[in-house]
Design a protein around this ligand. Structure first.
Ligand code: LLP
Length: 418
């Protein structure tokens, strides 16, 4: 049995008991299902059989080397947006010929590193970035393959913090200005214009939005064709949402393929999914430290905090919380699940109806594989969590828990302060 399912009354990850892993690793920790990760990647490959697809997994969602390696083994490329992400993708053995470099604030150093590594393409976010890239490529005797990131001015109907395709967004070149910027790009000596890119937002629930975007992009691609700018690929970014709540509908890659594949023609299609590949493949396992009843609320105080999983605090995001041992007490109660951090915004769930929970229970916070560990921090001087992956029935630590010495190893106290 793969994924996160109860076997008898015990919640398992790919058939391995989560409580048993917790007894060895100690809570809190992130736990990943290798089978789910692979299945989610494969669902893109299966869905887009009729087009030439390159999946560039968005490693901002989760850049653990073992996750990157698993996807790389399956043929995935990567979307990276920083020096560190490129460094990690290369360390995981991803071919640079499958790496796209994203971001609206690339530095000269990042450009040099990416050019020297031979990345597949840069998604260029502005005209000034284009000029700098041309200069850096010239100075390093390389040619930069580029796509322009265009902003199609489309409302992706998602949380405002992750809506990137609206005209007011900081990302991309307004689509009506893009033709001129393409012409400029084509005239630059060290730039090779090869594609077009757009990423309109994250946690998207409607594939029609991609269609609307693609139609605008294809109109531009035709215009470019007329002025003899011929592209190799169309990159539609990432963004397919996942159901965080029971009964929530989210599109499958097949739904996306059905609607966009007929328009792609002979162009190569690039997609940059992150969340839909790794989100459901990971959970956060946390221990119930205390139960606290006040006259207003019932609190479950757990040992994971907003520094470990920040999504509920900053987006009001919903994550299911379940017990590792099924329903010992059938009676439902209303709880807030809160962490140990010194902020009122430190919560994992609010007003959540759950079977009665007691001190020492283990809670599993679901769908935490994407933007979980990767957004975690040392806030409150807490060490970052270990990550575990179950691979073919065996659990492996794929990142050790940070030590307190790790936490201070870059700090120093000037002599005069002693
Ligand atoms: N491509 C680009 C250019 C992106 O900026 C992103 C995500 C992706 C692809 C992948 O999108 P996905 O398939 O994962 O939706 N921290 C937020 C999500 C931020 C998304 C940032 N960009 C969260 O926890 O919901």
């Amino acid at each position: 049995m793969s994924g996160f399912e109860y076997v008898a009354d015990e919640l398992c990850c790919d058939s391995v008991s989560i409580s048993e892993i917790a007894a060895k690793v100690k809570t809190p920790f992130y736990l990943y299902s290798y089978d789910t990760l692979k299945k989610n990647y494969q669902s893109y490959v299966d869905a887009f059989q009729t087009v030439d697809l390159l999946v560039c997994y968005a490693c901002k969602a989760n850049s653990n080397l073992s996750i990157l390696r698993t996807l790389g083994n399956m043929g995935s490329g990567m979307d990276v947006l920083s020096y560190g992400e490129l460094f990690k993708a290369l360390k995981a053995g991803i071919s640079p010929a499958k790496i796209v470099f994203n971001g609206n604030g690339k530095t000269r150093t990042e450009m040099e590193y990416a050019l020297q590594s031979g990345v597949f393409a840069f998604n260029v976010d502005s005209q000034n970035e284009l000029f700098l890239l041309n200069e850096v490529a010239g100075a390093t005797n390389t040619v930069a393959r580029i796509a322009l990131r265009v902003n199609p001015d489309i409302n992706p109907l998602t949380h405002p913090y992750v809506a990137t395709g609206l005209a007011k967004s900081k990302f991309g070149i307004p689509i009506h200005e893009a033709k001129d910027v393409y012409q400029t790009a084509a005239s630059l000596e060290n730039i090779n214009v090869v594609g077009i890119h757009s990423h309109i937002g994250s946690q998207l629930s409607k594939v029609e939005i991609y269609l609307e975007t693609l139609k605008k992009i294809m109109a531009l691609v035709d215009e470019l064709h007329n002025i003899r700018i011929h592209l190799e690929f169309i990159n539609l970014g990432g963004g397919i949402g996942i159901p965080y709540q029971d009964g929530e509908y989210m599109p499958h890659p097949k739904d996306l393929s059905k609607i966009i594949s007929p328009l792609i023609g002979d162009y190569r299609l690039i997609l940059e999914p992150g969340r839909s590949i790794v989100g459901p493949a990971g959970v956060l396992v946390t221990d119930v430290l205390y139960i606290k009843y006040t006259h207003k609320k019932n609190f479950i105080v757990v040992d994971a905090g907003m520094n470990d999983l920040i999504r509920p605090s900053i987006y009001g995001a919903y994550h299911q919380a379940v017990l590792t041992t099924k329903h010992i007490y059938p009676e439902e109660m209303l709880y807030d699940i809160v962490g140990p951090i010194c902020e009122e915004g430190d919560f994992i769930a609010r007003d959540r109806s759950m079977p009665r929970v007691k001190q020492g229970d283990l809670l599993v916070i679901k769908d935490a594989g994407a933007y979980g560990f990767s957004m975690s921090s040392n806030y409150n001087s807490r060490t970052r969590l270990p990550e575990v992956m179950v691979v073919n029935g065996k659990d492996y630590i794929i990142r050790e828990r940070e030590t307190y010495e790790d936490m201070i190893c870059r700090e120093s106290i000037p002599e005069s302060l002693w």
